[in-house]
Design a protein around this ligand. Structure first.
Ligand code: UT7
Length: 305
């Protein structure tokens, strides 16, 4: 489709394969519904027990209603309310922290957080600087209360709107509604100034993870797993290096899925789940459009299933 090579893609990004959702009228919710159904089955939870569902996505099925509502309907969550969150590639950690607050207040007992994106719907396959990166995926986690100090322990979340110029979609929103002109100018696709985003991603993701680790007296020995947003293997490696964490403690799935935006972190947790133990110290870290970024300290709550 574009002038590129496997060698360039592999060495610059670490990506070998992507998954693309195909078929007519298949939106992000299709993957979200599958993820939620799988999660309910695995955790032996009845759909009617779920109180709330938050879906973080930049590719909702429609501008409204929320994809969270569509997923809940098709997964049978008849007692759940929910909404979408958009914090670009940091969306999943923002939504995770939001969901955990609702649990901590004691108001709700079972909350599902879904990170899902059909990036192929907003990728320009004539733009070699973005079309080689993104893939489609969804992942979901279940949040429940406990008295054992497990789950989401702490977080640092940040945003800086001056990053807008480097990573955005030009049209389709209220500033530039869809028109012939915007379609002809290919403005309904991801626009990214890759090398600028790269620099911000490396320094901000590492800074915030380091700050959170220090706050909890954690170091390379006591952190069991680093789960970075999967945008580029070089960003993942740089973040791990800054924290002094060995490669074998870093969850890496970018080779198989590419950058799936809101799905990268739950997807990584899902792929590595059989290796996680109750009580493991896990640092999640993300950086994305906005700019948005942050780090979350999680103590894993389950033994392998
Ligand atoms: O997930 C949300 C946050 N996003 C990120 O964190 C992404 C951060 N950015 C990146 O991962 C990288 O910047 C990219 C993978 C997007 C690009 O890699 P890069 O090493 O920063 O390349 P670049 O944009 O600086 O471009 C270097 C060269 C340019 O050619 P010249 O001007 O040096 O002749 C590009 O035209 O590589 C060229 N190039 C390509 N060549 C072959 C760009 N894309 C391609 C390509 N194949 N697909």
């Amino acid at each position: 489709m574009v002038e590129t090579t496997d060698e360039w893609i592999t060495t610059r990004t670490g990506i070998k394969e992507r998954r693309i959702l195909k078929g007519k009228d298949q939106g992000t919710s299709v993957m979200g519904i599958e993820a939620v159904k799988g999660l309910l089955k695995k955790t032996k939870t009845r759909p009617e027990e779920i109180d709330m569902l938050i879906c973080s996505t930049v590719t909702p099925d429609m501008m409204f209603p929320a994809t969270a509502n569509i997923i809940s309907h098709h997964a049978g969550l008849i007692n759940a309310f929910g909404y979408d969150m958009n914090a670009a590639c940091s969306g999943f950690i923002y939504a995770l922290v939001t969901g955990s607050q609702f649990i901590e207040t004691g108001k709700y007992r079972k909350i599902i957080v879904v990170g899902a994106d059909k990036m192929s719907s907003i990728v320009d396959y004539t733009d070699r600087s973005t079309c080689i990166i993104f893939g489609d995926a969804a992942g979901a986690v279940l949040l429940e209360p406990n008295n054992d100090g497990l789950g989401v322990i702490d977080s640092i979340l940040k945003s800086d709107g001056s990053g807008e110029q480097f990573l955005h979609m030009k049209a389709g929103g209220s500033r530039r509604p869809p028109s012939h002109e915007t379609v002809d100018a290919r403005e309904h696709y991801v626009y990214q100034e890759g090398s600028s985003v790269f620099k911000f991603a490396v320094s901000n993701m590492a800074d915030v993870s380091e700050e959170l680790a220090k706050k909890h007296n954690m170091n390379a020995d006591t952190i069991d797993w680093l789960v970075p947003h999967q945008a580029n293997l070089r960003i993942i490696d740089a973040t791990a290096r800054r924290l002094g964490i060995n490669h074998d403690k870093v969850m890496i799935v970018i080779e198989k899925y590419g950058n799936t935006t809101n799905a990268t972190i739950p997807l990584a947790l899902w792929e590595y789940e059989s290796r996680l133990k109750k009580g493991d110290n896990i640092m999640l870290a993300a950086f994305g459009g906005g700019f948005t970024w942050g780090s979350v300290y999680v103590k894993w709550a389950l033994n392998p299933v």
